[in-house]
Design a protein around this ligand. Structure first.
Ligand SMILES: [Zn+2]
Length: 386
């Protein structure tokens, strides 16, 4: 399993960065699948490539030792610096002399090709773990199983990346495109992909992106379920439940909104979902609620459906506020929408995916395309209730 992961990634890199034929085949649609396969077979038959793949297999013990070493350098969210510095040192030792750490904390090492910088392929693994500061990250072995927090996700990817750099450098594999090796920060939940976002912000010329994440060699994830999340905040005047009776309530407005949301209809195909996940608000049983908030999650396998759902749901929330104000004859405030809308899904099959599939297939694995989750979080001010 460990060997296969690194091998398939090197194969993918070689297909994508290997030559003019390879790059054009990979940039095209599924109809060029046979062109991808032909190119891939030619590259796999290249003696240098054969030797590189053998070297990666032979490097497995070293890679495992590296994996353990990386695991024992804590890298909780937002505190990846020590691991990043170690990783930078390893990049430099393996021949990426100009490697550096960018402003976000990503470790970047560029391996230049002969094509003047294009195409540019990123091959990355993430430095951070989900585990909080203070977690015991020492590696233990029990009944032949190696255990430690984050040893698979993503110390394995980090180690595989180093093994790949070592092997393609040792075999003097020359590429047309540039390969940008990156140890990214902020991949796990709290980080909200801050490292990868910064990478794309700072490098507009990236043509392809491969992330080696965890141990699974039988899956190539090439699609994402979009998710838009809101925290919706309702505000009202508050007041005593008896003395100030007649004022609008933030909780009542939110209740109206939830009732409307509950009745939303969404398609089962493409799967599109919503839920009000949490609610809070108010101060006591005998007070008109001056504030209320709820967290709403919307998901879809189609960007279009997700945006439709989002627009409808936001309208319903505004309607609920208007109705609560109208119920008590108060001035109506239509609310302010502070959402930051960005596309969430990338649901397409392309030559790039075909390359990944052939790469894994070429070393004996048969992955299936899968869908992962990408998230966007929004805050939304529903507007004051009176
Ligand atoms: Zn991961």
């Amino acid at each position: 399993m460990r060997i296969g992961l690194a091998s398939s990634i090197v194969a993918a890199v070689l297909v994508i960065a290997g030559g003019p034929l390879a790059t054009s085949a990979c940039a095209q649609t599924p109809s060029s699948a046979s062109a991808v396969e032909t190119t891939f077979q030619a590259i796999l038959a290249n003696p240098k490539v054969i030797k590189t793949l053998e070297d990666i297999k032979a490097d497995d013990d070293t890679a495992l030792a590296e994996q353990k070493r990386i695991t024992e350098i804590p890298a909780p969210p937002y505190k990846e610096t020590v691991r990043a510095e170690y990783y930078l040192k390893r990049f430099q030792e393996l021949g990426l002399k100009d490697a550096s750490i960018d402003t976000e904390g990503n470790v970047i090492g560029l391996r230049k090709g002969s094509g003047g910088g294009r195409p540019k392929l990123v091959v990355s693994a993430h430095l951070d773990t989900v585990f909080p500061e203070g977690t015991d990250v020492s590696v233990k072995e029990k009944d032949g199983v190696i255990l430690a927090p984050g040893i698979g996700d993503d110390s394995r990817g980090l180690a595989a990346l180093l093994s790949l750099i070592k092997s393609i450098n040792a075999n003097e594999i020359a590429t047309v495109g540039d390969v940008m090796f990156v140890g990214t920060v902020g991949e796990e939940e709290l980080g909200n992909l801050r490292g990868v976002k910064a990478l794309f912000r700072d490098h507009a010329d990236i043509d392809g992106f491969i992330s080696i994440d965890g141990l699974g060699i039988t899956r190539v994830v090439n699609q994402a379920t979009g998710s838009h999340r809101y925290e919706m905040i309702f505000k009202g005047p508050g007041g005593h439940s008896f003395q100030e009776f007649g004022l609008p309530s933030a909780i009542h407005a939110m209740g109206r909104a939830i009732a409307k949301i509950s009745d939303l209809q969404t398609p089962s195909e493409p799967k599109t979902t919503f839920t009000v996940g949490t609610v809070s608000g108010g101060t006591s049983v005998n007070a008109i609620a001056g504030d209320a908030r709820m967290a709403v999650d919307m998901r879809s396998n189609s960007t279009e459906e997700l945006l439709k759902l989002e627009a409808r749901l936001l309208d319903l929330v505004k309607e609920a506020v208007v109705e609560e104000n109208a119920r008590w004859n108060f001035r109506q405030d239509h609310g302010r929408d502070q959402a930051d809308r960005r596309p969430a899904c990338r649901d397409r099959r392309d030559g790039f995916t075909d390359c990944s599939g052939h790469a894994a297939g070429g070393v004996g694995y048969h992955p299936w395309p899968a869908r992962d989750l990408c998230r966007l979080e929004h805050r939304f001010q529903s507007g004051d209730v009176a």
